[in-house]
Design a binder for this molecule. Structure first.
Ligand code: FAD
Length: 817
């Protein structure tokens, strides 16, 4: 088939992902779509995948994405007439250690929260399902009845047929060699068979997606890694209906195939694929190809497998497949519109679960393309989660290899990556390190999580129980409540919006009323058309035509892109990233004013410097922008300091604060403090699927004004009907219970939601969690006030108390338990 001269969309790459996007776009009514494949369909990673299809992820929406894959693979053959090899014999996960068993129990609870069946099993029950294994070292297992396996190439071909049936054109042997642009917009693609005019391109080029994106300045941070598995000859007596098996303590997985086994593993010392340091792109002529089998590297995997399945010792091995696959720095795939180029979409980096993801990821991306916005909160896989550091191939490669090596490691709570650090540091880094900081890593930034007291090593110890930093964080928390602390929040993303129409642009972009005079600070959400919360930040008016945004470290790319794209056409307003210009010192606590007034001549009294305002202060010779805001529920200021003066300002504050008991504090204390005060965290408590009304943030929305803003109509419509979900706070009386998020919420024994965030409040002395209580016919005050509330934590129910008011009130220093 030759290429057409124009198309509504061009999909680059005919692996399972490209085929799924074509299928779903056609299903949504985009019939004029072209998929171009350099060689033949499935010739990249898809043809040699092992074909296990698991569904459980740590995000509810991504789990729904994978659940949809299963639904699709069950029914696709009936629609297209092409078999997919789908077999739903379930998925078994083994536990050989007490910690792994806790992890499995927490996963079973997560699955229950997300509506996915997952049962805990005894070793004997697991053995019944998988009789060829040696179960002598098991302490437990879990079973997901709707997991399964499929034939990857057949699914891709079946999706391609379904797409063709609905009008999509699929052209093989057609490399896409370039993307043409005019005035920053896509105008077409160039191919070996001629040019195609189009305004929309979807990059599904698998391991070549990085190189293809780079042609147009789009960063797709992925790294090819060698992944090996064996295929055995038939094993006498092997049941044909075996579930897939994951044995993470031995780092291996199994799948039945024509009477034999497929067995592969995730070695802790993976090998990147590429020349030299492994940071080269795969060759373009690598089609239906494999790398040389590496038996030496596979030996430890084989040894573990022999111990689990003794019959392997006598089974013939047909082949050791060594196939490269693209992996990402955080182990999640990459979806969405590139922040660098309008109408350039990416679906790539599938981390060896592209077969399991393809159905749902293809649908989500197609819906995103058609609507111009994601159909739901897809933040864990959103391409906008990356930033500047991910343009560095060395950093991407080392983080990716770390993530691969930890694939089957126990997912410890609060785990931090170790590789590629330190990368971005605040000017205070050496001082804080000397003061005992234990740093975490966010978007490449080193951020103090907690400070180790003398004699304690500043290092997190892995575990599911009460963490080793519990007491240190408790002390920082108390210092913030009773005295004063300093948080280094330099990593905050900061943007300037300037231009004659900047104020008019904010009218539309912000849900809160930003028509305030210079000197004001406004807390606001930025909403999508559905009224969902795309961002949650502060905006300070610097002048009539200049505003200053401050938002979370991890949201730098996302929020910048959102604000930039939301500026109404024709307005004179430009957004500039000034993150690197300012360090941020947050001085928080009842004695913050005493400390601040000691380092500045300015009047910092409540009358002169009220809450939600900013002033310029001179501290240690620097012009400091001080914002009177708080995320911890105490009197305090965020001091935005020119980077070159950060050290001097820090030293001045510490010297003046000594007599008031000023100490350093870290992000874990912030979390504990904000949980008690009920401040929402974007990505955990609020996000694109939640409106301010559902989240209890209606007070921050300008519905009472006449000002139109994005999301207003959706909120007005929502006001007319009962809310179907409402965010609530839960506490547990037993202080030893560890809440991490994703625990199930039960009312009178029935599941009504799950926790988004979980932690410990050191003033209330209890575990605290936040989650939405959901009910189709409405959640009202009566429902919340009545009923018996419980949380399921690691597969066990604990009694809980629901609260709709903050647990902590600084004015009266009153604590509700
Ligand atoms: C050994 C191994 C085992 C695996 N096991 C599993 C498993 O059990 N379960 C699971 O879910 N996943 C598994 N996977 C992962 C799965 O194979 C991949 O995630 C999936 O195939 C990725 O699909 P894709 O469409 O993104 O990439 P690909 O299949 O690689 O497709 C990309 C296509 O783009 C084409 N292309 C590139 N550049 C251009 C261009 N410029 N113009 C035109 N075409 C271009 C390529 O030729 C290629 O065909 C495994 C992977 C490996 C390596």
């Amino acid at each position: 088939m030759s290429v057409p001269t124009r198309a509504q969309a061009v999909i680059v790459g005919g692996g399972i992902i490209g085929c799924s996007v074509a299928y779903h776009l056609a299903k949504l009514g985009w019939h004029d779509v072209v998929l171009l494949e350099r060689h033949k369909l499935t010739s990249g990673s898809t043809w040699h995948a092992a074909g296990l299809v698991g569904q459980l992820r740590s995000s509810a929406n991504i789990t729904q994405v994978l659940k949809y894959s299963v639904e699709l693979y069950r029914t696709l053959e009936a629609e297209t007439g092409l078999a997919t090899g789908w077999k739903m014999h379930g998925g078994l996960r083994l536990a050989c250690t007490p910690d792994r068993l806790i992890e499995l129990k927490r996963q079973a609870t997560t699955a229950r929260s997300f509506g996915l069946e997952m049962h805990m099993l005894s070793p004997a029950e697991a053995l019944k399902l998988w009789p060829v294994m040696d179960a002598s070292d098991l302490v437990g297992a879990a079973f997901l009845p709707t997991d399964g396996q499929a034939n990857p190439a057949d699914i891709a071909q079946s999706l391609a047929k379904g797409a063709r049936n609905r009008g999509a054109r699929i052209v093989e042997d057609c490399p896409v060699t370039g993307v043409t642009r005019k005035d920053g917009r896509i105008t077409g693609v160039e191919t070996a068979q001629g040019a195609i005019r189009t305004e929309l391109v979807v990059n599904c080029a698998g391991q070549w997606a990085r190189a293809f994106g780079a042609r147009v300045g789009v960063n797709v941070p992925l790294q090819s890694v060698r992944h090996q598995y064996i295929v055995t000859e038939p094993i006498p007596g092997l049941p044909r209906d075996l579930p897939t098996l994951r044995d993470p303590d031995r780092l291996i997985y199994f799948k039945e195939e024509v009477g034999g086994l497929v067995m592969g593993g995730y070695e802790p010392n993976p090998i990147a694929w590429g020349a030299g340091d492994g940071a080269a792109d795969p060759p373009e002529d690598f089609a239906f190809s494999l790398l040389d089998s590496d038996w030496d590297h596979f030996e430890p995997t084989m040894t573990e497998a022999l111990a689990r399945v003794p019959a392997l010792a006598t089974a013939g091995v047909k082949q050791l497949i060594n196939g490269p696959e693209s992996f990402t720095p955080d182990g999640s795939f990459i979806l969405g519109e590139a922040p660098e180029l309008k109408n350039f979409y990416v679906g790539a980096g599938f981390n060896a679960f592209g077969i399991a993801s393809a159905g749902g990821a293809g649908r989500a991306l197609a819906e995103w393309i058609v609507a111009g916005e994601p159909p739901m909160d897809l933040w864990p896989v959103d391409i906008r989660r990356f930033g500047g550091p991910h343009r560095d191939r060395g950093f991407v490669s080392t983080r990716t290899l770390e993530a691969y090596g930890k694939h089957y490691a126990v997912a410890w709570p609060h785990d931090e990556p170790e590789s590629g650090r330190p990368l971005r540091v605040s000017p205070l880094y050496p001082r804080l390190k000397a003061a005992g900081a234990c740093f975490g890593s966010k978007l490449g930034w080193e951020r103090p999580n907690w400070f180790a007291p003398a004699g304690v090593t500043p290092k997190d110890a892995p575990g599911f129980g009460r963490p080793n930093w519990f007491d240190a964080v408790a002390a920082e928390h108390r210092a913030a409540r009773e005295r004063v602390v300093l948080f280094d929040q330099t990593s905050f993303a900061k943007f300037l919006l300037v231009g004659a129409d900047a104020a008019a642009a904010l009218d539309w972009i912000c849900a809160a009323d930003t028509r305030r005079p210079p000197g004001a600070v406004v807390y606001t959400q930025l909403l999508n058309r559905r009224g969902g919360i795309e961002a949650d930040l502060t905006v300070s008016r610097l002048a009539d035509d200049a505003f200053y945004f401050v938002t979370g470290t991890g949201f730098a790319t996302r929020d910048f892109t959102w604000i930039r794209d939301a500026i109404p056409a024709g307005l004179d307003a430009r957004l500039i990233d000034v993150t690197s210009a300012f360090a941020v010192l947050a001085l928080m606590g009842p004695r913050a004013r005493d400390v601040l007034s000691a380092v500045t001549d300015a009047d910092v009294s409540n009358a002169a410097f009220p809450f939600m305002s900013w002033r310029e202060l001179i501290i240690a010779g620097a012009a400091v922008r001080a914002l009177r805001v708080t995320y911890v529920g105490e009197l305090g200021w965020e001091l935005h300091v020119p980077v070159e003066s950060a050290g001097a300002v820090y030293d001045a504050l510490m010297a003046a604060g000594a007599r008031h008991g000023l100490v350093n504090a870290g992000y874990r204390a912030i979390e504990s403090l904000r949980l008690e005060k009920g401040y929402r965290a974007w990505g955990a408590d609020i996000g694109p699927d939640h409106t301010p009304l559902e989240a209890g943030l209606g007070f921050a929305v300008k519905l009472k004004t006449e000002i139109d803003f994005q999301g207003r109509q959706a909120l007005l419509a929502q006001q007319r009907a009962p809310l179907r979900k409402r965010l609530a706070c839960f506490t547990v009386d037993d202080p030893t219970v560890v809440l991490l998020g994703r625990e199930t919420i039960l009312r009178d024994g029935e599941t009504v939601g799950w926790l988004g965030s979980g932690g410990f409040g050191h003033s209330v002395g209890r575990p605290i969690g936040y989650g939405y209580v959901r009910r189709e016919d409405g959640v009202d005050a009566d429902l919340l006030r009545s009923g018996r509330w419980e949380l399921e934590v690691a597969a066990e129910r604990v009694k809980a108390t629901l609260h709709m008011a903050p647990l902590y009130d600084p004015k009266s220093a009153r604590v509700r338990g």
